[in-house]
Design a protein around this ligand. Structure first.
Ligand code: AHG
Ligand code: MN
Ligand code: MN
Length: 341
């Protein structure tokens, strides 16, 4: 018999604090939670149900899709289209926005998601996740159109992720701190296990794909070189390094013990006209909201991610997030480089 707070209870109690709340938002979050439970089960069964491997198709970013990218996208659409809370959805795995079909009522919210983050890790049985963000339709009217999605991250109503690791967890913010829930598989409920998650301001652990080092800009080169120089370098301390290639897992580690995560813009991207690897609407904005709510910081190196006015649904941005003092240091290095130039 569990006696913890379930995520449903938690969301309903949060809703009671908001005057005039209709329960629409609570119900939407519940559908998202259900979708993540279905995905958790699918990811867990893996090859037993034949879902590993490539689907042989490409998404709008030209990335090869895994079977699980497509299946998990379907799970999210089916779980969230019917209840009448949404006008439209947008996903990393779909070229266009998904308007709620005519047979269902439409509502005042928009949902964006990365159904399976870190999907290159599925075949090797390493942690993956789902990331989502909820926006309100401008003017609170029904708004099944692309323009409605073009809102900066500061306007997010809620953001969260599910992490499919040794435990399945759900981490959620509605702009009032960050809370973590662990799925109890026996009863099928997420239980509040990590209340009020906070990121320590200082860290000695960084995460970056160092195979791109030769393409990095000067400020990122400087920061990482100083970390690598350890006690003999200007930082006077040894640093540790991690790279999981699954942003959800990296952000979760940072929420648990601090750290800095970087996927910066580099010369190779610039040569092909891209500004980053990670997607603003499905990855950068929701994760920035969570990180800031936990006391961390999130920047491109030049601007706060959540203040970027989106130009394109699938826009990519540089991402530098995590422990506040380290992120501010990297931002400072960018400013110094710009001032010298
Ligand atoms: P996705 O699987 O949704 O395409 O996202 C993968 C992302 C992110 O989770 C991770 O941090 C990064 O791409 C990994 O990039 P590298 O393959 O360059 O390490
Ligand atoms: Mn992703
Ligand atoms: Mn993905």
């Amino acid at each position: 018999m569990h006696n913890g707070t379930t995520i449903t209870q938690f969301i309903i109690e949060e809703q009671r604090k908001i005057e005039g709340a209709t329960g629409d938002f609570t119900s939407l979050l519940n559908d998202i939670v259900t979708a993540c439970k279905v995905i958790s089960n699918m990811v867990n069964k893996g090859e037993l149900i034949g879902v590993l491997g490539s689907a042989g198709s490409e998404n709008v970013q030209g990335e090869t899709q895994k079977k699980l990218d497509i299946l998990t996208n379907e799970v999210f659409l089916r779980s969230n289209e019917w209840a009448g809370h949404l006008s439209a959805m947008a996903s990393e795995e779909m070229d266009e926005i998904y308007e709620i079909p005519g047979q269902y009522p439409r509502g005042k919210y928009l949902l964006t998601f990365d159904p399976l983050d870190g999907s290159s890790n599925t075949d090797v049985n390493v942690s993956v996740g789902t990331i989502f963000s909820i926006l309100r339709c401008p003017g609170e009217r029904v708004c099944p159109n692309l323009d409605a999605f073009m809102q900066p991250g500061v306007q997010q109503v809620a953001a969260g992720y599910a992490l499919y690791g040794p435990s399945t967890m759900m981490v959620l913010t509605t702009g009032n701190g960050v809370n973590g829930f662990t799925l109890d598989q026996d009863i099928g409920e997420f239980i509040l296990t990590h209340p009020d998650m906070t990121i320590p301001a200082d860290t000695r652990e960084f995460a970056i794909n160092a195979s791109n080092m030769r393409f990095w800009e000067a400020p990122v080169q400087r920061y990482v070189n100083e970390c690598l120089a350890g006690t003999e370098g200007p930082r006077g301390e040894d640093f540790n390094m991690r790279w999981i290639a699954s942003m959800v897992a990296e952000v979760h580690r940072i929420l648990t013990r601090g750290g800095i995560f970087m996927y910066p813009v580099d010369d190779k991207m610039k040569a092909t006209g891209t500004e980053g690897k990670l997607r603003l609407m499905y990855e950068a904005n929701p994760m920035s909201f969570i990180v800031e709510q936990a006391g961390g910081a999130s920047s491109t190196g030049r601007e706060r991610i959540m203040e970027i006015a989106p130009k394109d649904l699938h826009q990519r941005v540089p991402v530098i997030l995590g422990s506040k003092n380290e992120v501010e240091r990297v931002v400072g290095y960018h400013a110094e480089t710009a001032a010298e130039a």
